[in-house]
Design a protein around this ligand. Structure first.
Ligand code: ZN
Length: 189
């Protein structure tokens, strides 16, 4: 396995619609493994093919780990999803605000409203039919990654144009909020 360079804005490929994957061959398996490794090394929760410069309907997602009472990660509690040719077929009525970052927009985070739960129809890495219902943080990551496959970035969906911050600004905001000095507009997850 090897890691791949991550494409950042304003690269055009991030704004293009992607093509369906039709061949589930060895090369695709290698690519998927490399995408997973790249996502992990970059500490991302997800990675879509356009982010490594490929115009295909393919994304990998890793759910956050569960933690025990002491706050330690429970081994094996992270779950990897590989979604090929995904389609959102149902969305919850409820929407939730949360703060997202993107490996293709380094150094920034922004507040975005997403469906609380979605149902997705896709194919797995071997081309088998996949139906998933995801909610909460996982649903947010899925929507973020599926957006990438349509050339959409989270900065297109900010709750307000001001609701984007550098990571440092955001840290300070969170700290102020913890200390009760400021009423922050952020509704974190
Ligand atoms: Zn992203």
């Amino acid at each position: 396995m090897s890691t791949l360079p991550i494409v950042t804005i304003p690269e055009k490929i991030l704004r293009q619609k992607t093509r369906p994957v039709t061949k589930f061959d060895k090369e695709l398996q290698q690519l998927i493994d490399n995408m997973i490794e790249t996502m992990r090394e970059a500490n991302g929760a997800g990675l879509a093919a356009p982010q490594i410069g490929l115009p295909y309907q393919l994304a990998v997602i890793e759910t956050p780990p569960e933690v025990d009472d002491e706050g330690n990660e429970i081994e094996g509690s992270r779950e990897i999803h590989v979604i090929v040719n995904p389609e959102i077929v149902w969305t919850s009525r409820d929407m939730v605000k949360g703060v997202e970052g993107c490996l293709s927009i380094p150094g920034y985070v922004g507040e975005v409203e997403r469906y609380d739960a979605i149902r997705v129809r896709a194919q797995d890495r071997h081309g088998r039919k996949l139906r998933l219902k995801v909610d909460d943080w996982t649903a947010r990551i899925f929507q973020h990654e599926i957006d990438h496959l349509n050339g959409v970035l989270y900065i297109d969906r900010l709750t307000s144009p001001e609701n984007i911050w550098t990571e440092e600004e955001f840290e300070k905001l969170m700290e102020a909020k913890r200390n009760g000095h400021e009423h922050s507009p952020v509704v974190g997850d």
